[in-house]
Design a protein around this ligand. Structure first.
Ligand SMILES: [Zn+2]
Length: 86
């Protein structure tokens, strides 16, 4: 157990921070434990990517919904209030 593991256990580190810390600390950590930390960071970075993808698709869904609502009300001009083009 090292500072990086402590940070990871408490969810106080992102994988990027963990990798940065590891590159600074790897000389003071036993080699076997460096491998352990690397696999933890690898796992975390996958979770972070999954999370980003989930957020991104949620954003896309709500954009799509907004667009659908705007397109379904054909009589209303989308820009009307903003710059009075209509
Ligand atoms: Zn550790």
């Amino acid at each position: 157990m090292c500072l990086i593991c402590l940070g990871l256990n408490e969810n106080k580190l992102t994988s990027m921070e963990g990798y940065a810390n590891l590159s600074e600390m790897k000389d003071s950590i036993p080699e076997a434990h460096v491998d352990e930390v690397l696999s933890k960071l690898d796992q975390l970075s996958r979770q972070e990517v999954d999370q980003l993808i989930r957020e991104f698709s949620a954003d896309l869904n709500s954009l799509n919904q907004e667009l659908d609502e705007k397109l379904s009300s054909e009589d209303d001009c989308y820009w009307e209030e903003e710059d009075e083009i209509c």
